[in-house]
Design a protein around this ligand. Sequence first.
Ligand code: SF4
Length: 316
Amino acid sequence: MAEKIKIGISSCLLGNHVRFDGGHKLDRFLVDTLGQYVEYVPVCPEVEVGFPVPRETLRLEGSPNAPRLVTTRTKEDHTERMATWARKRVKELEGENLCGFIFKSNSPSSGMERVKVYNDKGMAEKRGTGLFARVFMDHFPLVPVEDEGRLHDPKLRENFIEAIFTLRRWRETISEGRRLGNLVAFHTKHKLLILAHSPEHYRKMGRLVAGGKSVQASTLFSQYEALLVEALRLKTTARKNTNVLEHVLGYFKKQLTPDEKQEMLEIIQQYRSGHVPLVVPVTLINHYVRKYGEPYLSRQAYLSPHPIELQLRNHV
Ligand code: SF4
C-alpha cells in the first residue's frame, strides 16, 4: 500500500505526557507493532480543549445517557465547552480519512463505553461514554472503533484490525471510481472474508451486487458500505471459519490427492476443536492455492487479510 492506514488514537496511548498527572498510558502493541502499519492521528480532548497538564481530574456525573463533564473536586461543569470543541474537532478529522479510532478506556472524555457516571449520591455506574468519544461515534458511524483495553482480547484485536485493513481496501476501491465493475471486483475478493463474519450479510451483499445495474451508483456504494461495516462488526467464530474452510476445500475437489484431502479435513477439525489456531489451516490452504494455482482463491482477502507479522490468527 502506498500510504499507511490512518487511525485516530487517544494521544496518551502513544506515550505523550498529556494525562491529568503529567503521565501517559503508552501501549506497546499499538506503538511498536500495529504502529508499523498505520499512521496515528493523536487526539487529546482535554489538552486540545485548553486544560493544562497537570490538571484537576474530571468525571461524568448525572444521567448515563446525557452525562455532564465536571471537575471532581471543584465541581466546575465543562460539558458545553467540551461538546463545542468536539463538534469542531470531528469536522477537522473528516479530512484525515480515518479507517478507525482507538480510544483510551475509562476516560470521561475519551472512553467509548462503560465509563463511570456518578449520581448525586456519589455512587458510580459503568454505563457512560466519554464526551469526545460520543461525538466522534455519532459523527462517524461507519468508522470502526475500539479501546486499548478491549484490544488486549485476541479475538477483539483480530476483528478490529481486520476491519481497518478491509475498510482501507474499500476506500481504495472508491477512490478508483464508483463503478459497478470496481464494486464487483471488491466483492469478489472479499466474499470469503464476509462469509466468515456473517453468512446473512454475505447473502444480502451478494444480492445487492447482483442487482447493481438497476441501482444508482452512489446509492449502491453507500448501501454496500453500510452492510460491509455491519458485517465486519460481527465477530468471526470457529464455527463460521470452519464453514469457510470447508467451502474452500470444495474448490480443490479435483486437485487434492485423497491423502491431502484427509490431512486438510483433519486440520480443519483440529481448528474447530480449539487445538490449533486459524493460521494453521489457512497456511495449508495457501500452500495448496500456490501448488495448484486456484485463481479464485488466490485473490481472496480471507487468505491474507492483514500482515502475518501481526499474528492475529495465532490464538485458539
Ligand atoms: S484519556 Fe483522552 S483526555 Fe485523557 S489524557 Fe488520554 S487522550 Fe487525553
